[in-house]
Design a protein around this ligand. Structure first.
Ligand SMILES: [Zn+2]
Length: 363
């Protein structure tokens, strides 16, 4: 059996160790995580060295690359368990690069700079209030210089106490534990409510580890109070692609280049009290153009036609005209207001919208 397979077996439920476990009997002869490390500690005792040095090998005796390879394959919960084994592993398991790659793997698609800034703001607020945080946190690139208490880890529930705030690990667990509401955007908000189909709105998100889904809290929408939606899946979320706040007009930088067939997202709001959502559309042809690419001159016209083909032909929401030279916000109380435009440049962004396409045409 390879050391890796032994290792993975040791990490299976029921066989893992805890900080308490490894203070127990050092005379255990079974293979187990606790046993391995108890034995290693016992090696300091010359009398016991004779008993153990010949029949066991500590994972810390592995070559550096092999040990790093093992740690780099552990899921977050196992990495935390490992951190409780001994000082040396604690130091290794809080390593910046381990948590950075775990973060990239899980959170990078839906957590953007605005979420990190909000977390920073809350930490600073706590620090100022003299809470558990003793000093204001620093920015990315902090050295992970603090040890954290093993009691912080409670894999069956929320962390028993907070990890040091100035660590990537703390950032990871703020998201993972559901203790933090972070800003992101939700496609087809409110369970695909017909009034929001093929749009993406700002919300505050909160992760639920048990269901691997999110609660979304939408800010007040005109006379409507805060709406909370539960059970939002990962595929309906994204990190905000721009840092434009939901009530601000995005300064479009693509107007001069727009031409028929381009995929776009357009800011739209029902009235000026509402926040903008981002609505998916395509650039269409002028009414005087037959759409034949050899004759089409639409790219040189001042008027750009935006099409929202999820709406039926003749619907007032189906087409909207904007002026590519002077466009800011255009619209009225009856049809809503069209704001800034961003052109979609990747197949991935376009394919997400296509996957969300409604099964029925909207009126
Ligand atoms: Zn045309």
């Amino acid at each position: 059996m390879s050391l890796m397979s032994v290792w993975l077996a040791l990490l299976s439920p029921g066989s893992s160790s805890s900080a308490e476990d490894d203070t127990e009997s050092s005379s255990s002869t079974k293979w187990g995580l606790g046993a391995m490390f108890c034995k290693r500690r016992c090696l300091k005792n010359k009398v016991e060295e004779d008993d153990f040095s010949t029949d066991c090998m500590s994972v810390l005796d592995l070559p550096e690359l092999a040990l790093e390879g093992i740690l780099g394959r552990l899921p977050p919960s196992s990495l935390c368990q490992m951190s409780g084994v001994c000082q040396e592993l604690r130091k290794r398991c809080k390593s910046d690069h381990l948590w950075q790659s775990l973060f990239q793997e899980k959170w990078v698609g839906i957590v953007g700079p605005s979420a990190f800034q909000e977390w920073q703001r809350q930490l600073i607020e706590q620090a100022e209030q003299g809470a558990a945080v003793e000093k204001a946190p620093r920015l990315w690139g902090w050295p992970l210089s603090c040890l954290w208490p093993f009691t912080w880890l409670n894999l069956q529930g929320p962390p028993a106490s907070s990890p040091p705030p100035d660590s990537l690990m703390a950032w990871y667990w703020a998201l993972e534990s559901g203790s933090f509401w972070f800003p992101a955007q939700v496609y087809n908000r409110e369970n695909g409510h017909v009034g929001f189909m093929l749009s993406c709105y700002d919300a505050e998100l909160n992760y639920d580890r048990q269901t691997d889904s999110f609660k979304a809290r939408y800010p007040p929408h005109g006379p409507r109070t805060i709406v909370v939606e539960e059970g939002v899946r990962w595929e309906r979320l994204r990190a905000p692609p721009l840092d434009t706040p939901a009530h601000d007009l995005h300064a479009s930088d693509c107007l001069a280049d727009l031409q028929p067939g381009d995929h776009v997202e357009v800011q739209w709001r029902r009235n000026k009290e509402f926040p903008y959502g981002w609505w998916y559309g395509v650039v269409g042809h002028a009414e005087t153009c037959d759409g034949n690419s050899r004759h089409c001159r639409c790219h040189s016209f001042e008027t750009v036609w935006l099409e929202f083909n999820q709406y039926t032909l003749g619907s007032r929401w189906r087409r909207a005209a904007i002026n590519r030279k002077s466009h800011r916000e255009e619209g009225n109380e009856a049809e809503g207001f069209y704001g800034g435009i961003r052109k979609l440049k990747t197949k991935e962004e376009i394919s997400i919208w296509k996957k969300l396409w409604p099964t029925e045409t909207l009126e």
